[in-house]
Design a protein around this ligand. Structure first.
Ligand code: 13P
Length: 263
């Protein structure tokens, strides 16, 4: 299982440091989950299990200090789709890689909603990440309206196809970039509403089928109100390879329980 934490725009510098130290301790005591990394060899480690912390960009130096020589990998929540230039306030993939991060979160629904990110912009970010040696965690998910009108699988499949086809066509033949998908129904994010186990199972199977059609094998995580009390049930669903955790990742005890449920 892969357990990824998305802190979003939360935590003071001090609290961020404390939480990163907790993650380090959690990984050290949960041998099953911590073997996705590898000391000193993070960029080429496997991706079937492990902890990944997606921290605000300003805390990347902190993450580098605290997590280097641990099995916990870390990354940024976004990068720009260009390599460099006049993009005030943005952060490039190479800047992220400079802090020994391994990952970039791409296409989170909050970026799609508040920053109008389209599938081709998201594919551009994934490509930039690859060029800087970063792996990509691509988020997809449907709105409540899509769910109510029975469009969920169509919407998610469209997001995957249009992003991944562009990404594949610009991907270098010798690219070693790892890909993870997170299915995050928008209506379940930060709402306390969790997709039912049947909905998760159906969507994860559809995502894996879509990936297979593109010749891609990638782990698929579930995200959306994952908490200590529902994690074990979600992890037991076929085709669920882990979780992308928002609010509950900000609490060391709760996050530890989620990791425990995956071990
Ligand atoms: P919550 O776990 O707070 O619902 O957030 C999920 C999420 O958006 C993770 O990327």
């Amino acid at each position: 299982m892969i357990i990824a934490a998305n802190w979003k725009m939360n935590l003071s510098r001090r609290n961020a440091g404390d939480l990163l130290k907790s993650y380090r301790d959690i990984a050290a005591t949960k041998a099953n989950i911590s073997d996705g990394g590898g000391e000193g060899d993070k960029k080429v480690s496997g991706v079937s299990s492990g902890l990944i912390a997606f921290v605000p960009a300003c805390y990347l130096p902190l993450a580098e200090d605290i997590l280097s020589l641990t099995s916990v990998q870390f990354g940024a929540q976004d990068c720009h789709a260009e390599a460099k230039g006049a993009f005030t306030g943005d952060v490039s993939a190479s800047m992220i890689a400079d802090f020994s991060a391994c990952w970039v979160l791409c296409g989170h629904s909050e970026r799609r909603q508040y920053h109008a990110e389209t599938d081709d912009v998201i594919a551009g970010k994934m490509t930039q990440a690859a060029q800087s040696g970063l792996n990509a965690l691509l988020c997809v998910g449907e709105s409540h309206e899509d769910r109510l009108s029975n469009q969920s699988i169509d919407v998610v499949t469209r997001q995957l196809m249009s992003t991944l086809q562009i990404w594949q066509s610009s991907r270098a033949d010798n690219s070693t970039q790892l890909l993870v998908i997170a299915y995050e129904p928008i209506w379940a994010i930060g709402t306390g509403l969790v997709a039912s186990l049947e909905q998760i199972s159906e969507m994860h199977a559809a995502i894996k089928a879509c990936l297979a059609g593109l010749g891609i094998a990638a782990p698929v995580l579930y995200g959306g109100s994952v908490k200590p009390d529902n994690a074990a049930d979600i992890f037991a669903v076929a085709d669920v390879d882990g979780a992308l955790v928002g609010g509950a990742s900000l609490n060391a005890e709760g996050f530890s329980q989620i990791v425990e449920a995956a071990s």
